[in-house]
Design a protein around this ligand. Structure first.
Ligand SMILES: Nc1nc2c(ncn2[C@@H]2O[C@H](COP(=O)(O)OP(=O)(O)OP(=O)(O)O)[C@@H](O)[C@H]2O)c(=O)[nH]1
Ligand SMILES: [Mg+2]
Length: 660
């Protein structure tokens, strides 16, 4: 019997059924939610504290969010994580989240879990959508037929969850504090006690369920009684699953009265007739992205200007006056103003633009539109022999390469997974936006949206081209068909949506205050002192200047053979935003506008878009590929592609300019 003082609850269910949404509500966390299957790829543990009923004693409940699985027979890495957790870790309670709008498919896992004999509650989620359609579900009967408690919930509406659970478990609504899942759970110790007790009396798991669910790991460790499996080879799996499906349809027909309406499906059909149209689908995507970039420039630009004035005028002048009157030494004033304020401020200036980009990207993800983009691009992907599933990591790459590279785990085909890891960094991550914003803001003000769109699309095209090349050469092999289902369009859950944008923006600011801060101090020092640590008059004689002038000739053919540009690319390996800091610290505005022309600026942006990713992304690539050799190969490949692309842009740009 489980230790009732401290529970571990695991959230298990099909992909995209709302596990993470519930997890975030319960534990006040901010894990990624998105309207497509396969968002969560790692086990996440959170906790909340509740009061023991009738006492003032507090106790902690651990909640584990798991990747989605359709059945206990998993295929890809993240499915194995979920299955192994349930089978090996013995959580005290499994809350099996079921998408109530899709019972036939979701209940399959329910049956498997039940046969496993783990203590469980079924939570029928998305009840708001079920109710909109006028569908009625008889939970009590379903609970009886399934032999496990069934609770209707809506993970996006904490309040309705609480009152419904309360009712089902025999509480009077008035006894339950309104206002959220957290409060309900805090008061509902009995619900858990009830279930744990209920299922501790559950009969032995059947051999077939064990065989299906056993992880090789556990099997090797002989955690399971092998005699249970002696007849496993004789089991007819097809007959077994046919049996489950027939039971499911019995339950569904006895408990569900379909409503007249199909609100979500009708809405989805109407929207998809336009957005996933064969001809106009992709152009619409491009136009949408263009609008996003234009907005981030115009609306974000207003705030960017204000922040710029704040750092470069208000703050810099204030610090200078204050430090001078306090008798601070000159080098300190220089460090703070020309190092820290220039470097960190230079990056923070672009917070509004990043914020607006996040607002839209997250909206596209949460509504389900991004899944459509993946669907649209699947046609292209099929030609090059890569699964359309690869597009999900690629889309995440617009935010940050680190989780994006990890998301490639959803690909069960190893060659496809490796290829995807190689090409994901070509997707322009959020940290690269300040670089473009800086250059475009100076050299392409009239064509802001178009230039941005060009860079983002170039990243996608290079990724597709590279995938083709890689699949033809080092990662040969057949690709698995695209099996992602398209979820209905949904309004984003406001709570998660806002929290997500806030966290992402905050993350950007924190990076500026930590890693970029340190990088700025370092750059300031290296550009002000020579190898004997003596201050230099001209920064070209500094440590950075000397190293830079050795590297710089490499970039001469690309148009930016200046040592300062070379060094900024170098520091960009620490973090992409550091490119901006380095430029802000090393260049005077006059030098900047003199040494760069629009053509050089474009070549430089193309190079920063494509060349090797930052240190964190590189480390992730190494870990996910589990090979230094492949990771270094990826970095060399990316940099080589960047070099060639920047070269072409520069040369073609020069030709075009001649004719203008
Ligand atoms: N209408 C409605 N939408 C919901 C509800 N719960 C979750 N969603 C939405 O369903 C989508 C999927 O939610 P997630 O929490 O990411 O689902 P998940 O089960 O964690 O998915 P994976 O991690 O991919 O397995 C999101 O768009 C949520 O906003 C609900 O009760 N009602
Ligand atoms: Mg999830």
């Amino acid at each position: 019997m489980a230790d009732l003082a401290k529970y571990t609850i695991a959230l298990a269910g099909n992909p995209n059924c709302g596990k993470t949404t519930l997890f975030n509500r319960l534990t006040k966390s901010n894990q990624k939610v998105g309207n497509w299957p396969g968002v969560t790829i790692e086990k996440k543990v959170g906790s909340y504290v509740k009061t023991k009923p009738g006492t003032a004693e507090k106790e902690t409940v651990n909640v584990v969010d798991l990747p989605g699985i359709y059945s206990l027979t998993p295929y890809s890495a993240e499915e194995i994580i979920a299955r192994n957790y349930i089978v090996d870790e013995n959580p005290d309670l499994v809350i099996n989240i079921v998408d109530a709008t899709n019972l036939e498919r979701n209940l399959y896992l329910t049956f498997q879990l039940k046969k496993l004999g783990c203590p469980m509650i079924v939570a029928l989620n998305m009840m708001d959508e079920v109710e909109q359609n006028g569908t009625v579900i008889d939970f009590e009967k379903m609970s009886e037929m399934l032999g496990v408690p069934v609770i209707p919930i809506s993970a996006i509406e904490g309040k309705s969850f609480s009152s419904k659970v309360a009712k089902l478990m025999g509480y009077k609504s008035s006894k339950v504090a309104e206002g959220g899942v957290e409060k309900l759970i805090a008061k509902s110790n009995d619900i858990l006690d009830h279930s744990v007790k209920y299922f501790s009396e559950h009969p032995e798991a059947t051999p077939v369920a064990q065989k299906e669910a056993i992880s090789e790991d556990a099997f090797e460790k002989k955690k399971f009684d092998p005699t249970l499996l002696k007849n496993a080879d004789d089991i007819d799996y097809d007959a077994h699953s046919a049996e489950i499906y027939s039971e499911i349809s019995k339950i569904v027909s006895a408990t569900v009265r379909e409503g007249e309406k199909q609100v979500q499906q009708d809405r989805t059909k109407k929207i998809d007739a336009i957005l996933t149209n064969k001809w106009i689908g992709i152009p619409i995507f491009l136009v949408l992205m263009f609008i996003v970039f234009e907005l981030s420039f115009t609306v974000g630009g207003i705030f960017t200007d204000l922040i710029d004035v704040f750092f470069n005028e208000t703050l810099a002048e204030f610090v200078e006056e204050w430090f001078t009157s306090a008798g601070t030494s000159d080098w300190m004033i220089d460090l703070v103003i020309n190092g820290i304020i220039a470097g960190v401020g230079g990056v923070l200036t672009f917070v509004p633009q990043i914020f607006i980009l996040f607002v839209f990207l997250t909206l596209m993800e949460d509504t389900g539109y991004m899944a459509r983009v993946a669907f649209l691009l699947d046609r292209i992907f099929k030609y090059i022999g890569l699964s359309g599933k690869s597009f999900i990591p690629l889309i995440l790459g617009f935010g940050c390469s680190v989780p994006a590279v990890m998301a490639a785990r959803t690909l069960d085909n190893e060659m496809d997974r490796k290829t995807t890891i190689f090409i994901t960094p070509f997707m322009s991550c959020g940290a690269r936006l300040p670089i473009y914003a800086l250059f475009v803001g100076v050299f392409f003000t009239a064509y802001y949206g178009l230039t941005m769109l060009f860079l983002y699309v170039l990243g996608i095209l290079v990724a597709i081209g590279s995938a083709w090349l890689l699949k033809k050469t080092i990662f040969k092999g057949p690709s698995s068909p695209f099996i992602m289902e398209l979820p209905p369009y949904r309004f984003p859950d406001l709570y998660t949506y806002l929290k997500h944008i806030w966290e992402k923006t905050r993350g950007f600011v924190i990076r500026a205050g930590t890693i970029i801060f340190l990088a700025s101090v370092m750059i300031w020092f290296l550009q002000g002192y020579d190898f004997s640590f003596a201050a230099v008059e001209d920064s070209a004689d500094s440590i950075l200047g000397v190293i830079g002038s050795v590297i710089a000739p490499i970039f001469e053919p690309l148009g930016f053979g200046d040592w300062r540009a070379a060094m900024s690319l170098f520091t960009g390996f620490i973090a992409k935003e550091a490119v901006v800091s380095t430029i802000e610290i090393l260049y005077t505005p006059e030098d900047f506008e003199m040494l760069f022309t629009p053509v050089i600026a474009l070549a430089f942006m193309v190079f920063t878009l494509l060349y090797l990713p930052c240190l964190a992304a590189f480390a992730t690539i190494k870990r996910e590929l589990n090979s230094w050799k492949l990771a270094i190969l990826a970095a060399i490949y990316q940099t080589a592609v960047a070099y060639i692309a920047a070269f072409i842009v520069y040369r073609v740009g020069l030709l075009v300019v001649q004719f203008l």
